[in-house]
Design a protein around this ligand. Structure first.
Ligand code: CMP
Length: 138
């Protein structure tokens, strides 16, 4: 059993499609065991995405992620990290496969609808970045 951190990004919140994204998450069999709508501060976004600091897209990424609320959520199930990565599809929606969340909803590589942890190690850090144990209902 694994847990992974998902973020439904501002482009999806702005288009009022968080329920549609959640329906696709639930199709995988993963359980949403924690979820909240929050507005990230620049400091939080910079810290969360610290591994990308210095990359060309970093400032845009922080600006976008703080431009509107996001839904942060914990998904739980067998192989949750890879199951969710597969369902999200490629970072760039132009090359994402049919049936993935990004192919279905993403607008661009920046406005790509969802984030998911890329490893179990990242998942542990990212889940505890937003949630304490009491907020996770499994
Ligand atoms: P995410 O999974 O949230 O992790 C970092 C984000 O940076 C990524 O999704 C993209 O939305 C965004 N990004 C913009 N340009 C790039 C790029 N060239 N490579 C990777 N991520 C990018």
């Amino acid at each position: 059993m694994e847990r992974t951190l998902s973020i439904i990004k501002p482009d999806a919140v702005n288009r009022n499609i968080t329920g549609k994204v959640n329906a696709m998450i639930e199709e995988t069999g993963l359980k949403i065991v924690a979820q909240k709508l929050i507005r990230l501060s620049s400091k939080q976004a910079e810290e969360f995405y610290a591994e990308h600091k210095g990359k060309t897209f970093f400032n845009n990424l922080v600006e976008f992620m703080t431009s509107a609320p996001v839904v942060v959520q914990v998904l739980q199930g067998e192989n949750a990290v890879s199951v969710y990565r597969t369902k999200m599809g490629a970072t760039n929606p132009e090359v994402a496969e049919e049936g993935t969340i990004r192919k279905t909803f993403a607008l661009s590589i920046d406005k790509n609808t969802v984030h998911g942890s890329d490893s179990l190690e990242s998942a542990k850090r990212e889940v505890s970045f937003f949630f304490n144990e009491l907020e996770i209902c499994d």
